[in-house]
Design a protein around this ligand. Structure first.
Ligand code: HEC
Ligand code: HEC
Length: 333
C-alpha cells in the first residue's frame, strides 16, 4: 500500500501507542474534498489538537503558553492598533488554526527554519518569519523579538510540529498552498470578475470589503485598507490562485477550475491595497528592486480596464508609518 512508504508522524498520543490508523483516518475526509493524496516518500505529519494538549504530559505553564499562542493566532484582532492594522486574523489565511494542509500549515516552518529566504535575501529564524507575516499580511508593526506575544506564537507553531523530524530530507505533503498548473489562457480581469460575482461576493461582498458585525470581522476584506498590503505573499497571483483553489469558496475547496482560480486571483489583486513596506518612494523602482517577489504581482503595472497604475500612492492604510523598525538585515559583524 502506498501509505506505508510515507513517513507519517503525529503529535497525538494515540499514535505513540501504535494506533497509526487513528491519525490517518483524520486525513481521509480531505481526499473526499478533492485534495491530492500524498505521494510516495513525502512526509505527512498530523499536528496535535487542543484536546491532545489537554491529555499531554507537559507542564501546565507550557500548556498555558501554547493556548495563548493559539488564541492570538485565531483572534489576532486583540492586537489591533498595537501590532495589527487591518481586519485580518492569522487564521484568515491559515485554515483550521494553522493545522490544515494546502492552507500554509504552520508546523513545516517550525521544522525547516532557520532557512534562507529569497524574499529578504538572508537566513530567517522562526521569529523573523512571524515578523514577515505581521509586516505584510497584517499590515502591522510586529511584536518584539523575545516578547511574550512572540514566544506564545512560536511556541504554538513548534508544538504543532510535535513528533515531526527536524530538517527532514523528504518533501513535505501539503506545504504552503500547494500549486495550480499554469493557466492555459492569460489570467483575465473580466472573467475573474464573473467568477467573483458567482462564487465570492456572497461572503466577501460586491465591493470586496467583506462583512463586519458588531465590530467583529465575519468575512475578511480582499482589498482596500482592511486587507493585506502589497508586500504580502497573497498579492502574488500564483500564491493566491493556489490558496483560492484549495480553500475557497469556504466549505467548497477544489470546486473552481484551475483557470477560474487564476482569473479570480488576478481580479482580486487588480485592486488597491496599502503600500508595500519596502516602498522606496517610486513604485517602478520598488518593483524592480524586488523583482523576484513582484514578478508575480500586479504592483507597478497598469490595469487595462481603466489605466490605473497599481501601487502608485502613499497610503499605508490604518498605520501611520511605512516600514516597521524591526525589519533589519543581518551582517554577522
Ligand atoms: C493575508 C493572508 C495571510 C495572513 C493574514 C497571514 N499569513 Fe502567514 N502566510 C501567508 C502566505 C501567502 C504564506 C506563504 C505560503 C507559501 O509559502 O506558499 C504564509 C506563510 C506563513 C508561514 C510559513 C509556513 C511554511 O510552510 O513555512 C508562517 C509560519 C506564517 N505564515 C505565520 C503567520 C502568522 C503568525 C500570521 C499572523 C500574525 C499569519 N501568518 C497571517 C498568508 C497569510
Ligand atoms: C461562504 C463564505 C465565503 C465564500 C463564498 C468565499 N469566502 Fe473567502 N473567506 C471566507 C472566510 C470566513 C475567510 C476567513 C477564513 C476563516 O476565518 O476561517 C475567507 C478568507 C479568504 C481569503 C484570505 C483572507 C483575506 O481576506 O484575504 C481570501 C483571499 C479569500 N477568502 C478569497 C475568496 C475568493 C476569491 C472566493 C471566491 C472564489 C471566496 N473567498 C469565497 C468566506 C468565504
Amino acid at each position: 500500500m502506498k501509505i506505508r512508504k510515507l513517513t507519517l508522524t503525529t503529535g497525538a498520543a494515540v499514535l505513540l501507542a501504535g494506533a497509526a490508523s487513528a491519525a490517518w483516518d483524520e486525513y481521509k475526509p480531505l481526499f473526499a474534498l478533492g485534495y491530492a493524496e500524498p505521494e510516495e516518500d513525502q512526509l505527512v505529519h498530523i499536528p496535535p489538537t487542543l484536546q491532545d494538549l489537554e491529555d499531554a504530559a507537559m507542564s501546565p505553564e507550557l500548556k498555558d503558553v501554547v493556548r495563548r499562542g493559539h488564541d492570538l493566532f485565531v483572534d489576532t484582532q486583540q492586537l489591533r492598533g498595537q501590532h495589527v492594522f487591518n481586519d485580518m486574523n492569522c487564521a484568515s489565511c491559515h485554515m483550521d488554526a494553522g493545522r490544515q494542509p494546502f492552507s500554509a500549515a504552520l508546523w513545516p516552518a517550525a521544522i525547516t527554519l532557520p532557512d534562507y529566504r529569497g524574499k529578504n535575501w538572508q537566513v530567517n529564524s522562526l521569529e523573523e518569519r512571524v515578523v514577515g507575516c505581521f509586516t505584510y499580511s497584517m499590515n502591522g508593526n510586529p511584536p518584539e523579538y523575545g516578547s511574550d506575544t512572540m514566544l506564545a506564537i512560536t511556541t504554538y507553531m513548534q508544538w504543532l510540529a510535535k513528533g515531526a523530524p527536524v530538517y527532514p530530507d523528504q518533501e513535505i505533503y501539503g506545504r504552503g498552498y500547494g500549486s495550480v498548473a499554469e493557466p492555459e489562457q492569460e489570467p483575465n480581469y473580466e472573467r475573474g470578475k464573473a467568477v467573483y460575482a458567482q462564487s465570492c461576493a456572497i461572503c466577501h461582498a460586491e465591493d470586496g470589503q467583506g462583512l463586519k458585525q458588531d465590530g467583529q470581522v465575519v468575512f475578511p476584506p480582499l482589498w482596500g485598507d482592511g486587507s493585506y498590503n502589497w508586500g504580502a505573499g497573497m498579492s502574488r497571483i500564483n500564491t493566491s490562485a493556489a490558496f483560492i483553489k484549495h480553500n475557497m469558496p469556504l466549505g467548497q475547496p477544489n470546486s473552481l477550475s484551475d483557470q477560474e482560480a487564476w482569473d479570480v486571483a488576478f481580479y482580486m489583486n487588480s485592486h488597491e491595497r496599502p503600500q508595500d513596506p519596502r516602498y522606496t518612494g517610486d513604485v517602478h523602482e520598488t518593483r524592480e528592486k524586488h523583482a523576484n517577489f513582484h514578478g508575480r504581482t500586479l504592483y507597478g503595472t497598469v490595469r487595462e480596464v481603466d489605466g490605473h497604475l497599481l501601487g502608485d500612492h502613499d497610503n499605508t492604510g490604518e498605520k501611520d508609518f511605512l516600514r516597521p523598525e524591526i525589519l533589519r538585515s543581518r551582517t554577522f559583524d
